[in-house]
Design a protein around this ligand. Structure first.
Ligand SMILES: Cc1cc2nc3c(=O)[nH]c(=O)nc-3n(C[C@H](O)[C@H](O)[C@H](O)COP(=O)(O)OP(=O)(O)OC[C@H]3O[C@@H](n4cnc5c(N)ncnc54)[C@H](O)[C@@H]3O)c2cc1C
Length: 288
């Protein structure tokens, strides 16, 4: 069965996966990875697709979407045992109910635990590496627990690559009053809503912040790009480091906007912006 990955990305673009599976247990992931290796087929995971641009032509790989046991959440004292496919929102909700703080930073990151470990997602001074005790990673060659240091986690980065699947994680949190957590989350969400297009289809920050006085967003705003549209994709009128699906966007539209944004930032500021969003499939940006 051909599965259109547009259904699995927050931008709502992307073609079919050559093969698609929804494993619900560690054993299933192990079997799928071994079979893919024997068939010489690449493997990639799609979480909530909130940091992904998928090729319009599709992806020549086995694409996995973790569910069932692999999206479960349980609490053991100050430790949370969470599936790689568990949504951050669900984990945060359970942490608050259990009176555990430390995961509040993830309130506005609309992804899964696996996607968060992959890029060491973070906000408001917090990130995954600060709460992750260890993650269980499956490859075709075996399964093992890895610490943040062994995963090479640094600013918005880990050394994970396709074919390595985070199936479970242990988060070390600390006791905190649920009402204090609730108030912080409400405040953080309010701040976010004022500054970013939270009610539009986007994939989060397009570019990493450059080593410059201006953030990527401010730089692209200064280039006059707010509201700039190509096809169905437009640079958000609210925050220039976001691309919105303004109706019928394709990945090619988003890439064309990104290329234009890089060209202008280079021309006006001499800066080469690097994309933060992950690419899946045969897509790239033209050299500057
Ligand atoms: C409105 C909005 C706001 C955002 N704000 C932030 C923010 O403040 N901070 C921030 O860091 N990010 C932010 N993001 C980006 C995104 O939400 C995060 O990067 C998130 O961690 C991605 O998780 P995901 O499950 O959606 O991953 P996906 O987008 O599905 O995948 C991203 C990468 O992770 C890999 N991956 C996913 N799951 C697994 C797994 N189980 N095992 C191995 N690899 C896996 C994928 O193969 C892919 O390479 C935002 C996005 C949006 C749309």
């Amino acid at each position: 069965m051909s599965v259109e990955l547009a259904r699995y990305t927050t931008l709502g673009t992307g073609g079919p996966a050559r093969e698609f599976a929804r494993p619900g247990s560690i054993g299933e992931v192990e079997t799928l990875l071994r079979r893919a290796r024997d068939d010489e087929l690449a493997v990639a995971v799609v979480g909530l697709g909130s940091n992904l641009l998928v090729a319009d032509d599709g992806v020549d790989a086995l694409v996995l979407h973790l569910e069932g046991e692999l999206a479960s959440v349980s609490v053991e004292g100050e430790l949370m045992r969470v599936g790689g496919g568990a949504a951050n929102a669900v984990v945060l909700h359970r942490a608050r109910a259990a009176g555990l703080g430390g995961f509040e930073f993830a309130c506005a990151i609309p992804g899964t635990i696996g996607g968060g470990v992959w890029m060491n997602a973070g906000a408001y001074g917090g990130d995954f590496s600060q709460v992750l005790q260890r993650a269980l990673v499956v490859t075709a060659d075996g399964t093992g627990w890895l610490t943040p240091a062994e995963l090479g986690m640094s600013y918005r980065h880990s050394s994970l690559e396709h074919g390595r699947v985070v199936v479970e994680a242990e988060l070390r949190l600390h006791p905190r009053d649920p009402d204090a957590i609730k108030n912080d989350v409400r405040e953080l969400n309010r701040t976010r809503k004022d500054a970013q297009p939270t009610n539009r289809r986007t994939f989060g920050s397009v570019f990493k912040n450059p080593d410059h006085d201006l953030s990527a967003g401010r730089m692209l705003e200064a280039c006059g790009l707010k509201g700039h549209r190509i096809g169905g994709a437009q640079i958000s009128p609210k925050h220039a480091n976001f691309i919105e699906n303004a109706g019928g966007a394709t990945t090619a539209d988003a890439l064309a906007l990104m290329a234009e944004a890089r060209r202008r930032a280079r021309e006006q500021f001499g800066v080469e912006l690097q994309h933060e969003v992950e690419f899946l499939g045969e897509i790239s940006l033209p050299p500057l």
